[in-house]
Ligand binder design. Structure first.
Ligand code: FAD
Length: 442
């Protein structure tokens, strides 16, 4: 359901916390969320000379890319001829991983274009370095809970920290929380995942070690899926998803898996999310048992790690100045205010056993306009990453980490350029020029 008046689900009354928080400091740009989008936003903004505070609820940067996953998609177009469509801060991330021999390019076996598989622990270190080099002030273990505002303008945020509530004032705020927490709290309109009857499912990923990788790779994916199907139909295993993937990592004898599926969850509802965590964990152990007992290469394997939290593909998507649609994606639309590009297909992990894929014309890309990052009805705020303004289907294409980093650097540069927090008034020609200087591909 779309809304702007109703309190977020699970919260019955909006309690203004700002009066209780002591003001910690003031900065030019405040970024909430240190995932692919937020870390890129903070680094890009600081490289423009802004004083930047980056707030992250966990003790590391990288977000879903460090907690759940190990492969960047979206850097390259799929199709007959591969083209790189993401650059700038994302390139620096890859360089940092590459210097340590912790990234490998995997060919387009999955359908989403070539992937860049990395070690998530090294990714955390690389983001630390990039943030430090750029001069970003990173605040870990701080959770955004409310906005500071002056009328319709967001002027900062209230954070829950171990030291109690703290407030940070800022010239401009970037919402890179993934769930549009800031935009929602500020009263900006948004659409919940599932508003049109479909919502991307959630996934707990896991890592298997002591795998005979050669033997596992020699077993074709179609046969793996057929075996899953048979095992589940026989009733021997509880496997809600009858496909999914396991792939190599930078380490010998280890495979990363993306198999579990928890459907019908509103990830912004704390009770539903808690149930989903337990269900995802249970499924992960069941898939691991299936792999060990039924799949070549896994006979001596062990589950060695679960994702830090269940992976959330989709939650709130803001209603911004432009709403990216399925037709835009499948028609490879271009826009004069493009700040990022995407060639990835619509990849929908709906409830049920399979995944739906729909492709752009061969080799083409869709633009992500700056207007998709500007929430309606509020000032001083720009969003980046998977909470952008897009329909369910369009989102299913543009949510890859390559695009989230590209959107992030655009939001960060825009926030640094915004005079008096006027993000709508940012000169798009200058924004695009600064992005090109950073190495963005537009
Ligand atoms: C199971 C799964 C598999 C996927 N597979 C791939 C893949 O293989 N390759 C790919 O490119 N993409 C993949 N995606 C998509 C991609 O991972 C996400 O769309 C992308 O990581 C989102 O980036 P983000 O920066 O917008 O959000 P996130 O990476 O989720 O970052 C949000 C950050 O904000 C922090 N945060 C949230 N709320 C608050 C708050 N209130 N206060 C402070 N901090 C907060 C979080 O801790 C987090 O660090 C997958 C997604 C899932 C869930």
């Amino acid at each position: 359901m779309s809304r702007s008046e109703q309190a977020p689900r699970g919260v019955h009354e909006h309690v203004d916390l700002s009066w209780r928080a002591s003001v910690m400091h003031t900065c030019d740009v405040l970024v909430i969320g240190g995932g692919s989008a937020g870390a890129s936003a903070a680094v890009a903004s600081a490289l423009q000379g802004a004083s930047v505070t980056l707030v992250e609820r966990y003790g590391f940067l990288g977000g879903t890319g460090a907690m759940v996953l190990d492969t960047f998609y979206g850097f390259f177009t799929p199709g007959s001829e591969e083209r790189k469509v993401v650059g700038g801060v994302p390139d620096r991330v890859i360089e940092g991983l590459d210097r340590r021999g912790m990234v490998l390019k995997r060919p387009n076996t999955y359908g989403a274009g070539a992937g860049l598989t990395y070690d998530p622990e090294t990714l955390k270190l690389v983001w630390d370095e990039l943030a430090q080099e750029a001069g970003v002030d990173v605040l870990h273990h701080a959770t955004f809970v409310d906005v500071l505002r002056d009328g319709a303008r967001v002027t900062g945020a209230v954070l829950a920290t171990k030291g109690g509530l703290r407030a940070v004032r800022a010239g401009a705020v970037v919402d890179a929380s993934g769930d549009a927490d800031v935009a929602a709290r500020a009263g900006a309109p948004f659409e919940d995942a599932g508003a049109d009857g479909t919502a991307q499912s959630l996934t707990t990923t896991f890592r298997m070690i002591d795998v005979d990788v050669e033997e596992a790779l020699a077993f074709p994916k179609r046969e793996l899926w057929a075996r899953m199907h048979e095992a589940a139909e026989r009733g021997d295993y509880d496997l809600p998803r009858r496909e999914g993937s396991a792939h190599i990592t930078p380490f010998p004898n280890a495979m990363h898996t993306n198999m579990t599926r928890v459907a019908g969850v509103d990830a912004t509802d704390p009770e539903q999310l808690s149930r989903a965590e337990r269900e995802g964990r249970k499924q992960a152990f069941e898939y691991a048992r299936f792999l060990r007992e039924c799949v070549p290469g896994y006979a001596r394997a062990h589950l060695s790690g679960l994702s830090v939290q269940i992976g959330v593909r989709e939650s709130r998507r803001i209603r911004g100045e432009y709403w990216l649609t399925r037709d835009d994606v499948l028609g490879a639309a271009s826009f004069p205010d493009a700040v990022a590009r995407c060639g990835a297909p619509i990849e929908e992990h709906h409830a049920g056993g399979d995944t739906r894929w729909e492709y752009l014309p061969d080799g083409e890309t869709v633009d992500i306009p700056y207007r998709c990052l500007l929430p309606r009805e509020v000032e001083g705020l720009v969003v980046a990453g998977r909470c952008l303004s897009a329909s369910h289907d369009a989102h299913a294409s543009v949510r890859s980490m390559g695009q989230c980093m590209a959107m992030g650097q655009a939001a960060g540069v825009a926030a640094a350029l915004a005079r008096g927090g006027d993000l709508r008034g940012v000169d798009v020609t200058e924004l695009r020029a600064r992005l090109a200087q950073l190495g963005a591909l537009l």
